[in-house]
Write a new protein. Structure first.
Length: 154
């Protein structure tokens, strides 16, 4: 069957969401120090002011968050380039579900961090990813039986 333009747009939006999750996840996973907004949240002016024991603990937390982002993004990518491209309608639910299970609580916590500390977490990027993921889900409502992504990532 011919792939509709809406399904192609959905496929592209999902690629963007997966890419954003992988980039952010790798940034956290391979970090050698906390990001500025983390230090701001704790009212610490420089990473060097954090003692070595806390360095290890805080970097572990950061890397676990990065691992969660990369794992969720990898799972979404597998569904996107597998079942979604084959036109299996259930995959759109799986992609959105994986995304919301991980990035939904992340968004809530980033907004809380911004509201309750002097930090400025990048929650607007996460908001953009949420909008793209939800939009992609609705655009692909006619996915059943149509091959998506052929010609885009074949």
């Amino acid at each position: 069957m011919k792939t509709s333009i809406l399904i192609r747009v959905s496929f592209f939006l999902n690629i963007m969401v997966v890419s954003m999750g992988m980039i952010a996840g790798c940034r956290y996973l391979f970090a050698t120090q906390l990001l500025k907004y983390h230090l701001d949240a704790m009212s610490i002016s420089a990473w060097a002011l954090v003692d070595a024991g806390h360095h290890a603990m805080l970097l572990t937390f950061l890397r676990v968050a990065g691992l969660g982002m990369t794992t969720a993004s990898t799972a979404m990518g597998i569904l996107l380039f597998g079942a979604f491209r084959r036109g299996e309608n259930w995959s759109r639910w799986g992609i959105l579900g994986i995304f919301l299970i991980h990035f939904g609580p992340l968004q809530i916590n980033m907004i809380g961090l911004a509201a309750n500390t002097p930090a400025s977490p990048p929650y607007l990027l996460n908001t953009a990813a949420i909008v793209m993921a939800v939009t992609a889900f609705f655009l692909s409502r006619d996915l059943a039986g149509k091959e998506a992504g052929r010609g885009l990532a074949a």
